[in-house]
Write a protein that binds this ligand. Structure first.
Ligand code: 28G
Length: 656
């Protein structure tokens, strides 16, 4: 009888043990499978493995700290680039839970860093910002780091865990006690050079710009940045109690304004938090920046639509009521009302839907209602309480309207002379046969010889070729008439079909891919920069829509028997040659320029959508191009060279 009981007990114990082991094995298989997927296709999780992808690692970690602050716990986030090039991010939140999870049998702290999409919804009704663009969290950063360690302080105890290529290296352990007031999380990681083959070096300016933006977008949250790679490392502190209201003041610094304090709204409507800040300058430049869950929505969306309709309606209603507009006067247009305005709109939505070419367009229609509702009330009160300012805003819009109609009339008269109509498609353009812009691509090709090969090698249905010769005009220094007088630039705008200047209309673009194809040398890079500057200054919506790309032709061709391989760098060439059998003999061709490729080679290597590599020019970095342009066009050779060497970071690798 007793024996029987013992046996049963043993049996139960073994069964329980096996259940635990199964649970553990299952969770490990899931973890390794997930990490494998991230390392195999990193671009799927962080956009690219270029410099931009590298910086994404930091954004992911900072986002977790921001989530902890939005949940109401962290007040401070410190970012450090260490002297060895690794990054440390520290917050003063609750610390990551360390208890063993039912589902995996592992500590929560481990799971956050090993299971894809772990993290989940935070308690306390907070918003999870990292659900945004690529927000897949800490486990992705871990998978793409050679080493990552985490220290977390919770309930008066300090815990530590570290990982090697995403796998647990040191099991979680308690390393000591701390005072109860000391709590938070420290994440420290080394990006994996086998993944980030272009660079593993963080750019302090890129980090500072985004950290400052995050400080404006999350009022009261203190962010710091320290670059320990510098001899005399200083800590920059970003901390704005006024949030985006201070952002608008910052954007208008040094400009004359119609009223001193920017108008500021902070309200909640149907679980959506809405902030709007707005100030008018006396100038003509309109700046409207919109954000959803801290992501810059370059393509706008519902929150932007709600803001624009509310602004237009409130100004027109006021103008009628105040008798600044007569009963049968036409309403002022939204565009005229926005002239001279600087505004930032930021919403935080519990379930943001990002749409559009670059996933930077907010799709939630309830965000439109929320912004309209929150903003119109405050803005209407402001106009009522400040009639002198209100009058100036209305008069400014009326002036804009008059200027616009006068300019339009003048343009209609001179239109024939401008010659930018599609009827006058340039002779050098080899157009594609499809009329569907969404499948049409325009290759802008350096040099007539490469242009010739591209025309012969292309797919006629979808690919149009426009050869341009030499260095195009430096638009930064040229006036509008000189720009329009430039043959190369006119051809480009005519082919594109968008119109020019105030007439520019991105919805008329005849191609949704504009592909710059220049040689892989310094001259090629220079021409590419000239083109990018032209695009940035005169067709920025093309960049914002994600329509502008850079082709990446290879540097080498290796042929062995029937096998042909294209390679980009000396190192790749060396490795590849080392991997080949000695016979038949392999021949190596180094391409000096696109002009040296025959039509088939150009198609295979650079134009065929199946094989080619394209870099999309990112709107995030487009503004930096403009800043750098000054330096680039100056007479100093050294900074120009440095720019060209680091030019790669202005784009995002995609295979499209
Ligand atoms: C330093 C760099 C980046 C973080 C927290 C805090 C919590 C947390 C992080 O939970 C998901 C949810 C609950 C287990 C949540 C603490 C709730 C209660 C947290 C960070 C799984 C993870 N107490 N702070 N994750 N939990 N800071 N900073 O990463 O069930 S991540």
């Amino acid at each position: 009888m007793a024996d029987n009981d013992n046996q049963k007990e043993n049996f139960e114990r073994i069964k329980q043990y096996e259940k635990e082991a199964d649970k553990y094995n299952a969770s490990q298989i899931q973890v390794l499978g997930g990490l494998e997927a991230v390392r195999k296709r990193p671009g799927m999780y962080i956009g690219s493995t270029s410099s931009q992808g590298l910086h994404h690692l930091v954004w992911e970690i900072i986002d977790n700290g921001i989530d902890e602050s939005l949940a109401g716990f962290a007040t401070k986030i410190e970012v450090t680039i260490n002297s060895d090039g690794s990054v440390t991010v520290q917050d003063d939140g609750r610390g990551i839970p360390v208890d063993i999870q039912k589902k995996t049998g592992r500590p929560a702290l481990e799971t956050v860093f090993t299971v894809l999409h772990a993290g989940g919804k935070f308690g306390g009704g907070g918003y999870k910002v990292s659900g945004g663009l690529h927000g897949v969290g800490a486990s992705v950063v871990n998978a793409l780091s050679t080493k990552l360690d985490v220290t977390t302080m919770r309930d008066g105890k300090k815990y530590y865990i570290d990982f090697d290529h995403g796998r647990v290296n040191t099991e979680m352990k308690m390393t000591g006690t701390v005072s109860l007031s000391e709590h938070g999380t420290i994440v420290h990681f080394f990006p994996d050079p086998d993944i980030f083959t272009e660079t593993t070096s963080f750019d302090d300016q890129v980090l500072k710009n985004r950290i400052r933006e995050l400080a404006f977008l999350n009022k009261g949250l203190k962010l710091t940045f320290t670059d320990q790679r510098k001899e005399s490392a200083e800590t920059d502190v970003y901390h704005y109690e006024g949030g985006i209201q201070e952002y608008v003041s910052f954007l208008n610094k040094g400009t004359d304004v119609l009223f001193n304090e920017p108008i500021y709204v902070d309200g909640d409507y149907n679980d959506i938090n809405v902030e709007v800040a707005l100030q008018y300058t006396t100038g003509y430049k309109t700046t409207l920046m919109t954000f959803a869950n801290n992501i810059h929505t370059y393509e706008g969306g519902m929150h932007e639509a709600g803001f624009k309709t509310a602004l237009t309606r409130v100004v027109n209603d006021y103008a009628h009521k105040a008798k600044l507009l007569k009963d049968n006067d036409d309403n002022l247009s939204g565009e005229d009302i926005r002239e001279g305005m600087t505004a930032v709109v930021s919403v935080k939505h519990p379930d943001p839907q990002f749409e559009g070419q670059t996933k930077t367009k907010l799709g939630n229609s309830d965000a439109r209602t929320a912004v309209d509702h929150s903003f119109s009330e405050t803005f209407n009160n402001f106009l009522m309480e400040n009639p002198q300012v209100a009058r100036k805003i209305v008069e400014k819009a009326q002036l804009a309207e008059r200027a616009r109609t006068a300019a339009k009339r003048a343009r209609e008269v001179t239109r024939k002379k401008s010659g930018l109509e599609i009827a006058n498609l340039p002779g050098k353009l080899a157009d594609n046969t499809s009329n569907d812009p969404s499948i049409s691509e325009l290759f802008i090709v350096e040099g007539n010889s490469a242009g010739g090969s591209a025309k012969q090698g292309r797919s006629r249905l979808t690919q149009a070729i426009l050869p341009i010769r030499g260095k195009i005009l430096n638009v930064e220094k040229a006036s509008m008439d000189r720009i329009l007088a430039n043959e190369e630039i006119r051809s480009l705008f005519t082919a594109l079909g968008t119109g020019f200047g105030a007439d520019f209309d991105v919805s008329k673009a005849r191609y949704h891919k504009l592909i710059i194809m220049t040689d892989a040398d310094v001259d090629g890079a220079h021409i590419r920069t000239l083109l990018l500057t032209l695009f940035y200054n005169y067709m920025r919506p093309m960049i914002e829509k994600g329509y502008v790309y850079i082709a990446r032709p290879p540097l080498y061709q290796v042929r062995q028997g029937k096998v042909i391989k294209y390679l980009d760098t000396d190192e790749e060439l060396h490795d590849y040659l080392g991997s080949l059998q000695p016979s038949p003999k392999a021949t190596v061709q180094r391409y000096k320029g696109l002009g040296e490729m025959d039509p088939e080679q150009l198609w295979e290597t650079t134009m065929n959508p199946e094989n080619r590599r394209l870099d999309r020019v990112s709107p995030e970095y487009a503004k930096d191009i403009d800043d750098v342009f000054e330096l680039l066009m100056g007479n100093d050779v050294a900074p120009r060279r440095k720019f060209i060497e680091t030019n790669a970071k202005y784009v995002e690798n995609i295979d499209a």
